[in-house]
Design a protein around this ligand. Structure first.
Ligand code: CMC
Length: 428
């Protein structure tokens, strides 16, 4: 392959450089296209557009590969430690023992919420969606930590990142407790990251929740599998907001809003609703698949399909095995796991899904694992957000520290009215 591609339009020939990637698809650099041809590109769902060069996460959708900083995702599953992955993603390499200990200590120091912030929870309606609480509360971190509204040096970024990573689980647990009418449980510094979240979710005064290794491992794994996924919808949102030099708290809150959508992180809730409906006899698995194929029906097969994967999503593969392992370790069963397996079997044998290369994605089995942990369904997408936060921070940091970084500002192909005159109210 040459170093350029040639665009020919009429009698114009324009050479456009090729940007090589370390792995995966190369790109055509079109930054001079408009200047040289007077034309822009049109890619409405951005499926063919790279918005940045990034060294954080690599996905090969054809081969079903996902790597964080070059390390295959499967290598994090044996002894899962989410905080180690947080460090890896944000700082670019695996932490040494003392670095990890120091960062864990920083998380512990920052686990409490400002009392003013805690009081905000009392004014939130008890039935408020936890994702709305999460995005609003992450934004309001800017009230209480104004020293981090502009973070330029590495140390300030570390401090701001630690506040977000640590406080997000306290905010999430408080949001859940508020909806259940239960007292808030303060974080306990003796616990590690995931165990502390479980304690805040499930302990009640004078009755300490006992964190078992299988549940702690399952949550660590779940957070790790969600930790980053290159330029997905919420991450691109974080980058777009951050490109305007918006602060890290506001940028991540915007990511939460994007993640909420049922085509993105909200799919984990839709999957469970779908499986529950099948299990309750409201619809058969066969009918569910039939409706998902019917373009006139609003139903989709949630937890299936992906913009990048044309193969089994490696995260779904790991989660499916993890569900089976966790239930075996707990000596429990969940009938929804059988329902999910049956639905998967039907879809993977159906020409509609086979021809379109639609496979289970991360959201297909994650809800079943969250149920095993005891997380209520309305908190599933919040758990996705806790897991994804290090990815958002790493991507924001990568962009923020890029000296050539500019505001992200796409163009459009205008198809509205051409110039027309304003008509006064009396003449309309
Ligand atoms: N059920 C039925 N049909 C589907 C599905 C599905 N879940 N996913 C894709 N298709 C069809 C789609 O309608 C299209 O059909 P046609 O060629 O006849 O027009 C074809 O498959 C190709 O779709 P696509 O272009 O690959 O889809 P996309 O890249 O625009 O959208 C998606 C990706 C994830 C939004 C979509 O697959 C979907 O809506 N899935 C269900 C929601 C879901 O599980 N989302 C979680 C995504 S993974 C985690 C995350 O990012 O949060």
């Amino acid at each position: 392959m040459g170093d350029t591609v040639t665009v020919i339009h009429g009698d114009k020939r324009v050479e456009l450089p090729i940007v090589c990637s370390a792995d995966g698809d190369p790109a055509i650099d079109i930054s001079q296209l408009r200047a040289k041809t007077g034309m822009i590109t049109y890619d409405p769902s951005l499926a063919n557009t790279g918005i940045c060069q990034s060294g954080i996460t690599f996905v090969d959708g054809e081969r079903g590969i996902l790597r964080y900083r070059g390390i295959p995702i499967e290598q994090f599953t044996e002894k899962p430690d989410f905080v180690e992955v947080v460090w890896l993603l944000i700082f670019g390499r695996l932490p040494k023992r003392d670095e990890l200990a120091e960062f864990s200590e920083l998380l512990t120091e920052n686990e409490l919420l400002h009392e003013g912030m805690k009081q905000q929870f009392q004014r939130i309606p008890v039935d408020a969606p936890p994702m709305a609480i999460l995005s609003a509360t992450l934004t309001s971190l800017a009230f209480f930590h104004q020293e981090f509204l502009e973070v330029e040096d590495k140390e300030s970024i570390v401090q701001a990142a630690a506040r977000l990573i640590s406080k997000v689980r306290t905010i999430a647990a408080f949001a859940c407790r508020r909806s259940l009418g239960l007292p808030f449980m303060y974080p306990d510094p003796k616990f590690r990251y995931c165990a502390n979240f479980l304690h805040m979710m499930f302990s009640i005064p004078y009755r300490q929740y006992v964190v078992t290794p299988e549940v702690e491992d399952a949550l660590n794994l779940l957070f790790i599998l969600h930790a980053d996924h290159e330029q997905n919808c919420s991450t691109s949102t974080v980058r777009i907001v951050g490109s305007a030099r918006a602060n890290l708290f506001a940028s991540c809150a915007a990511g939460v809003c994007a993640l909420w959508g049922p085509l993105h992180g909200g799919a984990n809730v839709e999957v469970i609703h779908m499986l529950e409906r099948i299990h309750a006899g409201g619809i058969s698995p066969e009918e569910c698949v039939r409706q998902a194929k019917d373009k006139t029906s609003p139903l989709k097969l949630y937890g299936f399909g992906h913009r990048l994967y044309r193969n089994y999503d490696p995260r779904a593969k790991i989660l499916k095995v993890a569900c089976e392992r966790v239930f075996a370790r707990m000596n429990r069963k969940d009938p929804l796991l059988d329902t999910a397996r049956r639905l998967e079997e039907l879809a993977l044998a159906d020409p509609y899904f086979v021809d379109r290369k639609l496979f289970p994605n991360v959201d297909f089995y994650s809800g079943i694992l969250l149920r095993a942990i005891g997380i209520p369904t309305n908190m599933f997408t919040v758990c996705f957000a806790i897991g994804r936060l290090p990815g958002w921070i790493a991507q924001w940091k990568e962009q923020h520290t890029d000296p050539s970084g500019k505001i992200l500002r796409p163009r459009q192909v205008y198809v509205g009215p051409t110039e027309t005159n304003y008509v006064p109210m009396s003449q309309r």
